[in-house]
Design a protein around this ligand. Structure first.
Ligand SMILES: [Zn+2]
Ligand SMILES: [Zn+2]
Length: 351
């Protein structure tokens, strides 16, 4: 098999050719046909995250070992099954759910793999999708995508589930509440399309610093857009909502966006942080009770939510994000383009 591996941070990924691995136990080998490129891979490529207060959290501190085959949005075809694998057959087209836990703790038993403290996430802690094959640990992590074009379906494995799971946390909302999405990159834009179907009765306000991304946001169903590079976003949010939005989902997560989200949300509302940009905010503790508000994080999602999202997409009301297909060999160039903010929607690699 061919894989493009992160061998040294900030350097081009290296093409490595090996024999196809043999599936053991319940494992299932997938031949990849579409593989989305997520902005979060930039943090691995660049060697770490902004931990706030001038600190960097290195990938080693997150338990990531190089060389690593990144990529956590693979779709493909079943080509080999381990001796104990059931539930799929050769030739089945499946989305590979990447957010898998240890398989042996109470959280994993309940199906809450994303709250397992020993995750085995594909493309992060196990070989992922920047390859022509990927191994799934169990057929339960292989989801039927019939009715959904595969080059869009793959983006649901991260951009889709991450935004859907965050959007499920906006409740309870009042009838007159507006919902805000900060950031219209790949995950945010996916979230706008999903919010249009999932929260049809609430007006959607999108904040970004890029006019082109805001135009795409309006196309995906945003009722109002705010360009925070040339408008006072906090003022505009107050104008549009009177007392503040009922919920704000932040797909950036920088010091600036989290301060905006925290300041803008209405009394009794929620600020939900999803993006991994990094930074910090100082919160006057008195405002938490006085404003009766919730500050919450959201990390990817679980299998049940993945299935709910696939059903929602099949319902036909979700606006898909723009997808550009590129050959797998252009993976490094794609990461560079993402870093420069040059990609609208998602690039999907085709081996
Ligand atoms: Zn991702
Ligand atoms: Zn576990």
């Amino acid at each position: 098999m061919k894989s493009y591996q992160l061998v040294e941070t900030n350097q081009p990924l290296q093409l490595v050719e090996t024999d196809n691995p043999d599936p053991q136990g319940t494992e299932v080998l997938i031949k990849i046909t579409a593989s989305g490129v997520c902005h979060s891979d930039l943090y691995f490529w660049q060697g770490g995250y902004d931990g706030g207060g001038g600190k960097t959290i290195s990938i080693e501190e997150r338990g990531i070992k190089l060389p690593l085959t990144m990529g956590h949005e693979p779709v493909g075809e079943v080509v080999a099954l381990g001796p104990d694998a059931t539930g799929v057959k050769i030739g089945d087209k499946r989305l590979v759910f990447p957010w898998i836990g240890c398989g042996d703790c109470p959280r994993c038993d309940e199906g809450n793999d994303n709250n397992c403290i020993s995750m085995r996430t594909l493309g992060v802690l196990a070989p992922g999708g920047y390859a022509d094959h990927v191994m799934a640990a169990h057929s339960k992590y292989l989801l039927d995508i019939s009715g959904i074009p595969e080059h869009y379906a793959c983006t649901l494995a991260c951009a889709g589930i991450t935004s859907y799971s965050a959007l499920t946390k906006v409740h309870p909302l009042y009838d007159d509440d507006k919902v805000v999405i900060i950031g219209a990159g790949g995950v945010g834009l996916t979230g706008i399309g999903i919010a249009r179907a999932y929260l049809p009765d609430h007006e959607l306000i999108v904040v970004d610093i890029d006019g082109e991304k805001l135009a795409a946001a309006r196309q995906a169903g945003a009722d109002h857009t705010i360009n925070s590079s040339d408008e006072d976003a906090l003022e505009r949010l107050k104008e549009l909502t009177n007392t503040g939005p009922g919920a704000i989902v932040d797909f950036v997560g920088s010091s600036e966006t989290s301060k905006l989200g925290y300041d803008a949300v209405r009394k009794g509302g929620k600020y939900i942080c999803v993006g991994l940009y990094g930074g910090e905010i100082t919160i006057p503790t008195l405002t938490l009770p006085v404003r009766n508000m919730t500050v919450q994080g959201s990390y990817v999602g679980n299998l049940e939510e993945m299935n709910e999202l696939l059903d929602l997409v099949r319902g036909g009301e979700v606006t898909p994000i723009p997808v550009e297909k590129r050959s797998l060999s252009r993976v490094t160039e794609t990461l560079q383009d993402l870093d420069k903010g040059r990609i609208l929607g998602r690039v999907v690699l085709v081996p």
